[in-house]
Design a protein around this ligand. Structure first.
Ligand SMILES: [Zn+2]
Ligand SMILES: [Zn+2]
Length: 276
């Protein structure tokens, strides 16, 4: 050390030098999976194909042809780093960079493994089984620990994240563990009462519409919703009935309705239509 000099890097970041640059954790991977609302209801297990880099089986990740050994890098003496010392006036700076000779690995492979071309890693496609819990929300991430890419130089593997998207359902809307749907009914059914078939996630069930039901009335099918992710039981199915007004009537239907209107004391248009 020079006169009055001080070694900034070693003083403050000295601990970093202990770390080998070559050892790296593998990258995390992401897989987007689309499921349907029925899958949320029942839960499912699905196999996915994941392409990832794995440790080469031939050289065990060393990158050296079997029977040979990688040798210590003479440039950095196996540390993977080189020091550049710079002096400006009284200060002496030590800059540490990655060794170019071995690209930070600390070792040099002279006869490269033919299987991985010396990288120690090979690309593989694996079938991985993913268990999707009941009641999962769209946008949830499932973490499969250590199923990502292999690390370099013996570093740990990354994780695999499976991101779940629940497809839009053509009948049901979701609200947490409840499902909602609109069901049209005729105005005579609403007036006189009826028993109608309504869809659920497990086929059709009968729903009794009491007489005098108003449009937009909501009926609840208890326990016909989705399983609660963090809890017991299921949510409900909420059915909103929409009372339809007939648009076209035969003359006989019109006569009957006109009689009904008179009976109810309601005034109705007598002419065929305003524009005719
Ligand atoms: Zn290899
Ligand atoms: Zn080196």
């Amino acid at each position: 050390m020079g006169f009055g000099g001080f070694d900034i890097f070693n003083t403050f970041f000295g601990h970093r030098r202990a770390q080998r640059y070559g050892v790296q954790r593998g990258a995390d991977l992401r897989y987007d999976m689309e499921i349907i609302l029925e899958d949320v209801s029942s839960g499912l297990e699905r196999e996915i194909n994941v392409s990832r880099r794995e440790i080469c089986e031939v050289c065990n990740g060393s990158g050296a042809e079997p029977g040979t050994q990688p040798k210590q890098c003479p440039q950095c003496k196996g540390t993977g780093q080189v020091q550049h010392v710079r002096s400006t006036g009284f200060a002496r700076f030590v800059q540490i960079t990655r060794c170019n000779a071995c690209r930070g690995k600390g070792r040099i492979v002279e006869s490269k493994c033919k299987s991985c071309r010396g990288s120690g890693l090979v690309s593989r496609t694996r079938k991985i089984s993913v268990k999707i819990p009941k009641g999962i929300e769209s946008g949830s991430r499932l973490r499969l620990s250590r199923q990502g890419e292999a690390g370099e130089q013996g570093g740990p593997s990354g994780d695999l994240y499976v991101v779940i998207y629940v497809k839009h359902h053509k009948i049901f809307q979701r609200s947490n563990s409840n499902i909602l749907c609109d069901i049209p009914i005729g105005f005579t059914q609403a007036t006189l009462g009826a028993e109608i078939n309504v869809p659920t996630l497990n086929g059709k069930v009968k729903l009794r519409i009491p007489k005098g039901t108003q449009t937009h009335t909501i009926f609840r099918l208890k326990g016909k919703g989705l399983p609660r992710l963090h809890g017991y039981g299921r949510g409900n199915e909420l059915i909103r009935v929409i009372v339809r007004t007939p648009k076209k009537l035969t003359s006989k239907q019109k006569q009957l309705l006109t009689k009904l209107a008179k009976e109810l004391g309601e005034t109705v248009s007598k002419k065929k239509g305003f524009f005719k």
